[in-house]
Each structure stands twice: as C-alpha cells, then as structure tokens.
Ligand binder design. Sequence first.
Ligand SMILES: *Cc1c(COP(=O)(O)O)cnc(C)c1O
Length: 390
Amino acid sequence: MKLPIYLDNHSTTPIDERVLEAMLPYLKGNFGNPSSKGHSFGWIAEEAVKLAREIIAGSFNAKPDEIIFTGGATESNNLAIKGIAEAYGNKKKHLITCKTEHPSVLEVFEYLQTKGFVITYLDVDQHGLISPDELSSSITDKTLLVSIMAANNEIGTIQPLNKIAHICKDKGVFFHTDAAQATGKIELDVKKTEADLISFNAHKNYGPKGTGALFIRKKHPQIKLIAQMHGGGQEHNLRSGTLNVPYIAGLAKAMEISKDEFETDNTNIKAMRDKLEQTIFSQLDGIKLNGHPEHRLPNNLNISINGVRNDLLQLELNDIALSSTAACSSAGAKRSHVLEAIGLSEELIKCTIRIGVGRFNSMEETDYAAGRIIFAVNKIRQRNTHETTY
Ligand SMILES: *Cc1c(COP(=O)(O)O)cnc(C)c1O
C-alpha cells in the first residue's frame, strides 16, 4: 500500500491508464486539426472526433449531433443556462434552481439576475433533496428554465431527476441538469429521463481535466442556444475554437469504460464506502451522516464529527487526502452553502469532512483510512477533554 491515500474523488479523479493510452496518438503523430478538410492529418482527427461523439452520445442513449464539446462542466453550465436565457429570455424571465448547486451554476444565475432575470432558489430538506411539489408550484407562465443538479458534489444526494423532468415537460419548461458528479455513477438515459440539457466533464470520471460536453436535445423540443464563444463556427456554431482532439478522445474513452464497467465499478466502490462508514459509526459516537441515507452517490461519505474541527483532523491525517468540503477555518473563507442549506450549524460545519472513494482505491486502503480516522478523532477528543479540565 502506497501513502498518501487519495480519498478525494469528488474534487477530481486520477486518470485511467486506458484513457491516457487513447489520448496519446492524438498528442503525437495524429495532431491534425479536424477542420482541415484537404489532407489526411485533418481527416484522421475528424474521424477521431466523430467516433468520440458517437461513443459519448451512445452512453446517454442520445444522437451524436446532440453532443457539443466544451472545456469542462463549468463551461457547459454557462453555455446551457446563458445560452437558453439569451435565446428565449425576451419573453420569459423566470428561472428556477436550487440552493445546493455548484458555483458554476449559482454564479451564472447571480449574473443573470443583474440582467433582469428573476431567480427562484428552491430549498432542500435535511437530506439535500428538493421537493417536486415545491418545484411544481414555483413554475409560472413566465418560467423559462429549471436547472437542478443530478448529484451533489459535497453530500452526494441524488435528486429525483425523472420526476423533475416530468414536471418540466408537463409545464413546457426547459430542464437542465449538471451531471458532473453523476456520470459513471448513476444511469442517465435521455429517453427515460427527459432532460433537455446535460452538463458533464471527464475529470470526475477518470478522464483528463479541462474537457467536457453538453447534451442538447434536438427533438421534442428542438432547443436553440445562443453561443457564448464566437469564432470559427465549430460545433454547429455553438462553441467556436479548434477541437481538443486528444482530450475529446480521452473523454470518450472514460465514458466508454464507465459504461462497460458500471456494475463492477460501482459495486466495488460502494462496498468500500459502506465498510468505511460502518466502521466509523460502530467505533465512534457523535457522528452525523450528511446527505441522503439511500439516494446518495455510491462513492460519497460526508460526516460531521462532534467536537472535532476538520482543520485539526486534517493535520492529524497527513497520509490521507480527504476534504473538509470547504475551507472554513481561514478568515473570510466561504462556509459551505450546501451544509448550510441542509441545516447544519456553523459549529458542525467546521467539524465536517468529505470522503470520495474511487475506482483505484482498495479495501486495504479504506480499512487503513478508517483506522487512522478513528485514532485521530479519539486523540483530538482526549485533548479537548484535557483542555477543559485544566
Ligand atoms: C466539478 C464540478 C463542476 C465543474 O466542472 P469542471 O469540469 O471542473 O469545470 C460542476 N458541477 C459539479 C457538480 C462538479 O462537481
């Protein structure tokens, strides 16, 4: 077993060797520009992009021309939300999202508010779920778009996407979902879940950083977006810029692997996560599980530990890479809006850690991590008692 152990797979994942192998030819000899129509360098690159688009579309049960390549989920979220707002916003100016979204969604809505849009931020319950009834009653004849994430990056809660999509379809409102944490972990079939726009990336799914895509439904309804990047007219004029062929090949390989190995991958990851969770809960008291007990990503473990500040815990756990969900110890740092939204006190937020198990972890590693966490928590709690006694 090699130290340190990486257990922060919600922030990013290590690249799969097979993904790297799929990328290398396009970083070496096959360096052509897919827009070069006059020679074989261009044709080879164009063929690689075409194949990648088919694989990625296939993994969502979508059509190849419904996939637009971008520079990651942040860009996809921006293109989806601003693109819709600018295309249809002269008639409808009401947008709905929820309080626990990623900043790359929330900040876009903040921006659109300065452009005259009215935003509804739905509450979530103690487990991080929105209420479909509340969503339904928030929609008016001025509502243009609903944007609700598939799964949360801090607490792993999986939203009821089918219900949300159904409500939106029923009321004639566009539905966008940020699926950056969900790809490879929950099934997303656009024939079953009628989302109109889906953002995702490669680096949360064992692919390279700085690449991603946006699914844009082509039929029932056909969606038009206003481009956010202007230039050479690539990607049906929706995202100009020379296509990043090696990274697109990597994104496709990552999606292909996670589709082919969906069952084994998630079963293994869930087994490690569940054992880690059970060990911690059986050995320590004063632990609170954050996120939904069942409707939660199989790799996510987010816990609050009574009396144990996460910054002190992280100092003790220098051989384990986990996350304190948000840097909250330093002055001026923002507290987690997600933990606030599920009702955690300021004190408990400071005592919260997030563990993200991944494909390349082993049971040996998660067993070791459990032991280290339990030891460190006991040590800090003993020190606390000492401090109050003397
Ligand atoms: C990581 C993440 C993003 C941002 O993705 P990038 O590809 O890094 O821009 C957006 N939404 C969620 C839920 C994420 O976890």
